[in-house]
Design a protein around this ligand. Structure first.
Ligand code: GLU
Length: 502
């Protein structure tokens, strides 16, 4: 094992967004590529945002995509526990260490007091930030005397511990994807690290855990970029080596500007979650890729190409190939547009790779649930339909005419295919069909073709109405194959029915 250790650190606040899954995937690919360790850490310190079932949803989604973690809750827990709520006891000492070292302080300002300050700033058309410029005039251990602070703590007054962000410094940071970033520390506020309810905030817990779990690279979404300065400063304050950072660009809406949201999916009819999710409180259902019929390979493939490319023309990658090809240096700085149509294209590519046996199994299962029994060779039917299927459930829609004769005929198709002379022609065709002896695709093809040639008419004049009679529309695989599969009697019966109806 190399020293590369990365983590996916979701907060269980709801279903895992497809963008979160991409973060997990990129961490996984990076780890595997470098023979490193991929860790799952559950960041559940914010009890107010905790959602029942979210953690198991995250695990199930990763599992479905075959993104397996080497360490995590309940697995190889050598740096465990991997759930922050089970690590609560750890964080206070670190917050206090920062106070001792002069990098943090107790703050006793009440919510009302801060609100009043905020409003005062607003009336002066300024934004309120709590930092070096005003901390001395607020209620904290830097403005109060040691005795006053002690007395407040002894009286159990509610407090928070704030980070003392530095004044007048240009902080220079490196991001693997974004390059050099510089920040004026005067724009930073003194972020809360710890609350008197005994819980750390995200920032403190995240840094302490990355340190204790020996994380070498932090690969996470762009929404955490604004926190990077604080994190780098925290590492410095603790005198710890900071991991390397890589902030992945946003996944953007298919149309318009901004971040892909659940609303875009609802509006345009595609999922933005890996699996179906029912909100335990509102019962609102969010649809998932799995239930929509996508294969996990498809999802992994299209996610990998959201913001990353291999530098070649290759688009189809399985997980193993992705591991080999992946390179953080080829991850784009700019946002990646989500393309639901392209995702379907990927799915169509993947269904073509499935064996006919597997698809036939899916197909017969589907027929069973529809109460259809058939003696037709399903594997042949599947091989004919597969090419045009995107999802395995499409096989039924594409091929249901094999099991039920059409009861209606597509209006547009009828107009196009069935002309005045067609009825007579089809009556003749019935007789041609009737005398075909061995009703194989080959015989059906040669004999009908020979008859058309002898009549010196265009092929379309026969093939289109024949197809319409057998299928009900002008869609479907080779019409001779369809006829041969249906058999002579059924072909004749469908032709006669069309003659009567059209
Ligand atoms: N808990 C954070 C989240 O929900 C983790 C951010 C990070 O990776 O540092 O995304």
């Amino acid at each position: 094992m190399s020293t590369i250790r990365v983590r996916f650190a979701p907060s269980p606040t709801g279903p895992l967004h497809i963008g979160g899954l991409r973060t997990a995937l990129f961490n996984y690919l990076f780890a595997k590529k470098h023979n490193g360790t991929f860790i799952l850490r559950i960041e559940d310190t914010d009890q107010t945002r905790f959602v029942e079932g979210a953690e198991s949803y995250i695990k199930e989604a990763l599992d479905w995509c075959n993104i397996s973690y080497d360490e995590g809750p309940g697995k190889n827990e050598k740096f465990g526990p991997y759930k922050q709520s089970e690590r609560k006891h750890l964080y206070k000492a670190y917050a206090e260490e920062l106070i001792t070292k002069g990098h943090a302080y107790y703050a006793f300002d009440t919510a009302e007091a801060l609100d009043t300050e905020r409003k005062r700033y607003e009336t002066e058309k300024k934004t309120f930030i709590y930092n070096w410029h005003n901390r001395k005039s607020l209620t904290n251990s830097l403005s109060l005397s040691t005795e006053e602070t002690k007395a407040k703590l002894a009286a159990n007054e509610p407090y928070v511990i704030r980070f003392k962000s530095p004044q007048d410094e240009t902080l220079i940071m490196e991001d693997i994807i974004r390059g050099t970033i510089s920040i004026d520390t005067n724009t930073l506020d003194d972020k809360v690290l710890f609350k008197s309810d005994g819980m750390p905030t995200y920032h403190l817990a995240n840094i302490v855990d990355d340190y204790l779990m020996e994380i070498s690279h932090v690969i996470r979404g762009e929404e955490w970029l604004p926190s990077m300065a604080l994190h780098v400063l925290l590492y410095r304050a603790f005198k710890w080596n900071a991991p390397k950072f890589a902030h992945l660009s946003l996944i953007l809406k298919p149309v318009g500007k901004g971040k892909l949201s659940k609303r875009d999916g609802d509006k345009l009819g595609f999922p933005v979650f890996p699996l179906d999710w029912t909100d335990p409180k509102s019962n609102e259902v969010s649809s998932g890729y799995r239930e929509a019929g996508f294969y996990p390979e498809t999802v992994v493939n299209f996610l990998a190409l959201l913001g990353w490319n291999s530098g070649t023309e290759q688009e189809i990658f399985n997980l193993e190939e992705l591991v080999t090809a992946f390179d953080l240096a080829r991850v784009n700085k700019s946002g990646a547009k989500f393309d639901p149509e392209k995702n379907k294209w990927f799915q169509q590519q993947y269904i073509q790779q499935k064996s006919n046996e597997e698809l036939t199994e899916n197909f017969s299962e589907l027929l069973r649930t529809k109460g259809i029994t058939s003696t037709l060779p399903l594997n042949t039917i599947v091989s004919l339909l597969k090419e045009r299927a995107v999802f395995s459930k499409d096989l039924y829609e594409l091929g249901k005419f094999f099991f039920e004769a059409p009861t209606t005929y597509d209006v547009k198709a009828s107009k196009k295919a069935w002309k005045e002379s067609t009825t007579e022609l089809m009556q003749e065709l019935v007789n041609v069909v009737k005398i075909i002896e061995d009703f194989t695709t080959e015989n059906v093809t040669t004999q009908i073709k020979a008859w058309i040639t002898s009549k010196e008419i265009g092929f379309g004049k026969v093939m289109m109405p024949l197809r319409l009679a057998l299928v009900g529309s002008l869609q479907g695989p080779d019409v001779y194959e369809i006829a041969a599969l249906l058999g002579k009697d059924e072909t004749v019966s469908r032709l006669e029915k069309a003659i009567n109806k059209l």
